[in-house]
Design a protein around this ligand. Structure first.
Ligand code: C5P
Length: 215
């Protein structure tokens, strides 16, 4: 069984996916974390995240591994590191590159086909698993999304302003939705959930109810 959860930055995908997977007792795959890990590799190599030729040349030397909620780049754990602003700022151009997407999508399919899995990202219901058993598309007002991100970053010790986080979110939305390769888009058969006024528990329950009512 694949449960696909897509949506823009800060829409609540990551937290919701983690909790849905926990409650159903199945695996969870955070595909955004995979693009972030590749982006960290690009930054650590000193490359320009817009330089697709250089990134493509580097790609074979970057190995991404997932172990539950932990993520490793070339054997080193980067779970927390990939959430910092330098990676957030650079991830959209890197994840727009065809070679990067091909590598990540094949890894995502390999992981997802081995087990029941909640998979969250931008193109899961449209491209990675178009035949997913359940598809959800989470949305929320920009202001709400920015406030959520601000809090997350503060919890990680990064003190950004609300304006700065709003700017990052709007920039990522724009780039993720307008790219040629697998743009952020609701699948025609996905159920849209607006999480602006929902608690995490309510978001999770909507998804669980749907899955349990249609086994
Ligand atoms: O979900 P998260 O905000 O961590 O994703 C980081 C970035 O990775 C997104 O802004 C997007 O550019 C990229 N991404 C993607 N396709 C996915 C998941 C994430 O392009 N399936």
């Amino acid at each position: 069984m694949i449960i696909a959860i897509d949506g823009p930055a800060g829409s609540g995908k990551t937290t919701t996916a983690r909790e849905v997977a926990r409650r159903l007792g199945i695996a969870r795959l955070d595909t955004g974390a995979m693009y972030r890990a590749i982006t960290l590799g690009v930054l650590e190599a000193g490359l320009d995240p817009q330089d697709s030729n250089a990134v493509e040349d580097l790609l074979d030397s970057l190995q991404v591994d997932m172990e539950g909620d932990r993520i490793f780049l070339n054997g080193k754990e980067v779970t927390d590191r990939i959430r910092l602003s330098d990676v957030t700022e650079a991830v959209s151009p890197v994840s727009a590159m065809k070679a990067v997407r091909e590598k990540m999508v094949s890894l995502q399919r390999e992981i997802g086909l081995k087990q029941d899995c909640v998979v969250d990202g931008r193109d899961i219901g449209t491209v990675v698993f178009p035949d997913a058993d359940y598809k959800f598309f989470l949305v929320a007002d920009t202001r709400v999304r920015a406030e959520r991100r601000l809090k997350e970053q503060a919890d990680k010790g990064e003190n950004l302003s609300l304006d700065e986080v709003t700017r990052q979110i709007e920039m990522r939305d724009r780039m993720d939705s307008s790219r040629d390769q697998s743009p952020l888009k609701k699948a025609d058969d996905a159920i849209e959930i607006n999480t602006s006024n929902l608690t995490i528990d309510q978001q999770v329950q909507r998804i669980i109810d749907k899955v349990e009512s249609n086994p």
